[in-house]
Design a protein around this ligand. Structure first.
Ligand code: SAH
Length: 237
């Protein structure tokens, strides 16, 4: 999978994408990252990429001609299945199933906005899908694009050491993941209290452990994300 990023701040990359499982997969060429600096396609001697918004208002808007030139600089291989995304708080909210869909593509081209955003004509004419990472506003699309890419790459075959972890995790099913515990079995905290691991997890009784985890999953989902349970009920109907 090729990830191509269009950004005014290329220094932000690879950022988090250079570390851990996703970074290792990058080093092993299981995916590749191409960064395109929008300023290389600036419209004047100062390589500017933005102008004031028509109709007035604060801030600056990235120009469509700059975005088009940057896009045309990306070589297109025959038969390649590529998709364009613009990171924006006013887009469709990203979720786990959307990420899984993206993993079937050969190339994902992601436009990171800055300032007030980008000219709407660029989004429509060049056919960018508008994606948000949540209901809040960041200062730029770079971190948002890293969120999307990290979530997609870890789903690619051969990226996680133990792919089974994908089956049990939150959002892979209707419930959030159950709580996890590790050593020490009895943790003496700074107040000198003995904090024990739930006994059932030490029992070696697989059925009971499964049952306990399932109960905890439901409890946690009820507490934090009752909307997921409602959604599940609706989908079953
Ligand atoms: N004026 C815009 C916000 C611009 S924020 C509005 O009100 O909708 C500047 C840039 O940050 C955006 O172009 C986008 O690329 C990025 N950004 C900010 N919040 C984001 C979010 N929740 N999801 C994805 N991208 C985001």
């Amino acid at each position: 999978m090729i990830i191509t990023i269009l950004t005014a701040y290329p220094e932000i990359f690879p950022g988090s994408l250079g570390y851990s499982v996703v970074g290792n997969a990058l080093k092993q060429n299981k995916w590749s990252l191409e960064i395109i600096n929008l300023h290389d396609f600036g419209y004047d001697d100062r390589k500017s990429i933005d102008n004031e918004p028509f109709g007035g208002g604060p801030g600056m808007v990235i120009r469509p001609d700059v975005i088009e030139k940057a896009l045309l600089s990306i070589s297109k291989k025959k038969g390649q299945n590529r998709h364009l995304i613009y990171m924006t708080p006013s887009g469709k909210t990203l979720n786990q199933s959307k990420m899984a869909e993206f993993t079937h593509l050969d190339q994902l081209i992601i436009l990171c906005g800055r300032f007030e955003g980008v000219d709407q004509r660029a989004i429509e004419v060049l056919r960018f899908e508008e994606i948000s990472i949540g209901d809040y506003v960041l200062a730029g699309g770079e971190i948002a694009s890293q969120v999307l890419v990290e979530g997609c790459i870890r789903l690619l075959p051969g990226v996680l050491g133990q792919p089974e972890s994908l089956l049990e995790e939150s959002f892979s099913k209707e419930f959030l993941e159950y709580p996890q515990y590790t050593r020490p079995q009895v943790w003496k905290d700074a107040q000198n209290n003995d904090r024990e691991v739930p006994k059932v997890l030490l029992s070696g009784h697989h059925e009971k452990i499964k049952q306990w985890r399932s109960e905890k999953s439901i409890q946690k989902t009820n507490l934090f994300r009752p909307d997921l349970l409602k959604k599940e009920k609706k989908e079953r109907k």
